[in-house]
Write a protein of this length. Structure first.
Length: 257
């Protein structure tokens, strides 16, 4: 199946992001999920789902979930501050409602974007853009999930976004995909949030999203087939469990943590 080159695809996703909504003229911080696509920077504020990570992860969660669970059980992040995060994967961009708190910034409208690595303070991302009326807007995003062994953080989004804006980086879209109604196609869809997941979580999310029942062996076989097709990466884990992540269209600019 050929890929539609006009399709909007998720390139990176960061959960538990704190937004300083200066563009709204309010001082109250918002929390939600920041998403980078090939066309937009999106902040999805899940205002009705605020809760501690500790109540929203399972013993069968992903590698990132395990780290988050340990942090949440302590009630602190690495800066020694309380950690009541909003934690929500976004698989379908169409499910993000158009409201004041959800922010959609076309990459083409960005005037400037910069990141701070967080040697002092949290890693952040500052964005200036022209809104639909031409008015200049500013906002800031801060990272909350600040585990020490991350390879990339929110500050790294600045360079990648700038490359997308000036056309020096083009996401590598797969030349072919599995049939959308196949097990492989359904799993590939739920892996669209670019998060690392174990087979149990993949099975659970696929069953819930598509209203079907799957067997564990069927899920693992489908994941391995997607690995062989170059669509998923298999992530080694000391536990011996199998974890998978959708292969980043960004290549060496992959923003995975």
């Amino acid at each position: 199946m050929s890929q539609n080159h006009d399709q909007e695809i998720i390139l990176a996703q960061e959960q538990g992001v704190i937004n300083k909504p200066t563009h709204l003229g309010i001082r109250t911080d918002l929390q939600g999920t920041l998403i980078l696509t090939n066309k937009r920077l999106i902040f999805a504020c899940n205002s009705n789902s605020g809760e501690s990570l500790a109540s929203n992860v399972s013993s069968n969660g992903t590698i990132d979930d395990k780290i988050a669970r340990e942090s949440a059980s302590l009630g602190e992040d690495v800066f020694g501050q309380s950690a009541p995060y909003r934690y929500s994967d976004v698989e379908d961009l169409s499910n993000i409602a158009s409201n004041e708190k959800n922010l959609f910034i076309p990459i083409s409208s960005i005037v400037s974007i910069s990141g701070h690595k967080g040697i002092i303070g949290r890693p952040n991302l500052k964005v200036t853009w022209n809104d639909a009326s031409g008015e200049v807007k500013n906002t800031e995003f801060q990272e909350s999930l600040t585990e020490r062994d991350r390879k990339k953080n929110l500050a790294d989004w600045a360079d990648v976004t700038q490359k997308l804006r000036n056309g020096t980086l083009s996401p590598r879209e797969p030349s072919s995909l599995p049939q959308s109604d196949s097990t492989e196609g359904r799993i590939y869809h739920v892996m669209g949030d670019m998060q690392t997941k174990g087979t149990f979580e993949i099975e659970e999310e696929t069953e819930k999203h598509f209203g079907i029942e799957l067997e564990p062996d069927e899920v693992e076989a489908a994941c391995e087939k997607l690995v062989s097709m170059g669509l998923l990466d298999k992530i080694p884990d000391p536990s011996g469990d199998s974890f998978y992540k959708r292969r980043s269209p960004l290549g060496e600019d992959d923003l995975s943590s």
